[in-house]
Design a protein around this ligand. Structure first.
Ligand code: HEC
Ligand code: HEC
Length: 214
């Protein structure tokens, strides 16, 4: 059973099927992403599944992803989410928006109460590696993508964060600060390799089969 399912996921990722375009054709062979296409490797499985549902339902809008997500079954969503959550890839993100890295670090670690912005790391983990199930990793994400998401929340075309948390933060940061924090986050190391068994202990949606323990 498990073997058949993982073979299906490999096909979806690498070759695609019908309206489901190959994920790797945009997100890269290792889920590393590029520019405004996000890195998926190492995001919490539940977060990935939520985003695919949000694209299906339109609380998050992107033409390509709406098209792909609407063609996915619930089983495929769960299998793809688990696939990317355990994937590890070196970072290909580099600061590229001419952001002030010191300012970006300040926003990420301490926040800036003068503009009502809390430290990003209070929710996204002390190293930006994310906290399953709800908070995605920000470390090693592509800066053009990160800055764009903050702008999309501010503008309302992404309106899917619980309690509107990220909409408030996106609005409070001006363009210069969005570029600063996005570039700083891109300079960080990616989520480190962790045995699947340990990941499963913090993220219940990750399946563990025999042989994953080492
Ligand atoms: C045609 C290119 C393309 C294809 C094919 C594609 N994606 Fe995407 N994907 C994108 C872009 C661009 C975004 C960013 C959308 C935005 O700006 O909100 C994205 C966003 C996402 C996100 C949100 C990630 C995050 O950090 O919030 C997930 C999850 C995702 N894609 C999964 C998939 C999966 C799984 C597949 C294959 C079934 C796939 N994508 C196929 C282009 C693509
Ligand atoms: C109070 C908690 C909280 C704080 C503080 C916070 N975030 Fe978030 N953030 C979230 C949640 C929850 C999500 C997931 C939203 C969703 O489900 O789509 C998120 C998602 C994101 C995403 C989307 C990632 C992706 O892969 O698409 C970005 C970018 C982001 N946050 C940046 C930031 C930055 C930059 C800061 C600091 C200025 C910050 N966040 C502070 C809770 C928080």
């Amino acid at each position: 059973m498990a073997a058949t399912q993982s073979a299906d996921v490999e096909t979806l990722v690498k070759t695609g099927a019908g309206y489901i375009w190959a994920c790797a054709s945009c997100h890269g062979d290792k889920g590393q992403g590029m520019e405004t296409t996000p890195r998926l490797a190492g995001l919490p499985a539940a977060y990935i599944a939520k985003q695919l549902h949000d694209f299906q339902q339109g609380t998050r809008f992107n033409d390509s992803m709406a098209y792909v997500a609407k063609a996915l079954s619930e089983e495929q969503i769960q299998a793809l989410a688990a696939h990317y959550a355990v994937m590890r890839a070196p970072s290909t993100a580099r600061p590229s928006l001419k952001g002030d890295l010191a300012r970006g670090e300040q926003i990420a670690r301490e926040g800036d109460w003068s503009i009502g912005v809390p430290a990003c790391f209070t929710c996204h983990g002390p190293s930006g590696f994310g906290v399953a199930p709800d908070f995605p990793a920000l470390a090693a994400q592509h800066p053009a993508y990160t800055a764009r998401q903050l702008a999309m929340w501010a503008g309302g075309s992404r309106h899917n964060s619980p309690l509107g948390l990220m909409a408030g933060i996106g609005k409070a940061l001006n363009d210069v600060d969005r570029r600063a924090v996005a570039d700083y986050l891109a300079s960080l190391a990616p989520v480190p390799a962790t045995p699947k068994t340990e990941l499963a202990a913090i993220d219940a949606s990750i399946p563990v089969s025999e042989g994953d323990a080492q």
